[in-house]
Design a binder for this molecule. Structure first.
Ligand code: AMP
Ligand code: MN
Ligand code: MN
Length: 318
């Protein structure tokens, strides 16, 4: 796909990623907006998102342009671009996607069948930022666009650690680093750094984590009440499932947290033998083989039992 060909003629473009934006989501959205406005200065490209973690708000260029709560004066966008998800997870931007004249979907989730009139989805790609880059004219990339793409790649690969990191990912990251001389600070701030509250939540979950299936599954949980007691918000739980997954001997990690509306969210990780998306996909969620998620209402202990059985079935079948 050539992005500029696909949006040719559009004067208003809406852009959104998934709820609870991560680095790849907001990195790809903002890179897309900056790129379009650079190529076509008379086109308006609006980025919609939910509240960002502080580290992303600080490091994503032009983050002051982000529109919250779906706020806009445009009724029907000429074109709407959905990044790092399909439909159904766009929060307040969903209505703008539905009313747009043309829709484009760029993503790397294996669970996404394609939500746009035009789709560019590569489940093998490290990140949506990597897929988006392939749709761009490299000569238009500047420092701001490079920074957005680099942040998305760094965060979605766990700093080039996950098996979705390919030689092409590294080559692209190398090119982008040429624009981002402060890349060590970017990596530290958008991936490793934690606020004191985030460290406390992490510590709480790790301390109370439980091993099952002879140590092959690790489960961590925190209720909404407990999150409140620690003064933690929705953006203070990133990275916990990945940290659980670092426990020696484990094949899969499950992290469950409560939320304000009484729902629970599951974040799942695999060391390679367990297909997380196959499990969350059957339970109403999605994601990738190595990292997936879902939400549910009901008893979290029942859900843990259900997931445990599905993990066991997968491991027994290998
Ligand atoms: P998380 O555990 O929240 O970091 O999510 C892991 C991966 O699964 C990310 O790529 C998410 O975008 C994806 N994911 C999480 N929840 C869902 C869902 N309900 N539907 C589809 N994909 C999801
Ligand atoms: Mn994402
Ligand atoms: Mn992604």
């Amino acid at each position: 796909m050539n992005l500029l060909d696909e949006i040719a003629g559009a004067k208003t473009i809406g852009i959104a990623g998934h709820e609870r934006p991560d680095g790849d989501c907001i990195g790809s959205c903002m890179a897309c907006a900056l790129y379009i406005e650079k190529a076509f200065p008379d086109v308006r490209a609006d980025v919609f998102a939910q509240e960002l973690p502080g580290s992303l708000l600080k490091n994503i260029p032009a983050s002051e342009k982000i529109r919250y709560n779906g706020a806009t004066d445009i009724e029907h966008y000429d074109c709407f671009i959905v990044l790092d998800t399909g439909a159904g997870r766009l929060a307040e931007a969903e209505k703008h996607f539905e009313s747009a004249l043309k829709t484009i979907n760029i993503d790397h989730h294996v669970s996404n069948p394609g939500a746009g009139d035009v789709n560019c989805i590569d489940p093998e790609a490290s990140s949506t930022c990597e897929v988006l880059y392939r749709t761009m004219d490299p000569s238009l990339i500047d420092e701001k666009i490079a920074r957005c793409l680099y942040i998305g790649i760094v965060t979605d690969t766990g700093v080039f650690r996950y098996n979705t990191t390919s030689a092409a990912t590294m080559e692209l990251a190398g090119k982008l680093m040429g624009y981002c001389k402060d890349f060590p600070d970017i990596v530290k701030e958008v991936f490793y750094a934690k606020t004191p509250v985030q460290q406390k939540v992490m510590g709480y979950v790790l301390y109370n984590s439980v091993l099952s299936l002879e140590g092959r599954l690790i489960t961590g949980m925190i209720t909404y009440d407990e999150l409140q007691r620690l003064h933690a918000g929705i953006n203070d739980i990133e990275g916990i499932s990945s940290q659980l997954m670092l426990t020696e001997g484990t094949e899969a990690a499950v992290f469950i947290h409560g939320s304000q509306n009484g729902e629970f969210r599951v974040s799942m990780r695999s060391a390679g033998r367990v297909d997380c998306a196959a499990i969350t996909g059957k339970l109403g969620g999605g994601g990738h083989a190595g990292a997936a998620g879902m939400t549910f209402t009901g008893d979290p202990l029942d859900m843990i039992k259900t997931i445990e059985q599905m993990v066991k079935d997968q491991l027994d079948a290998v």
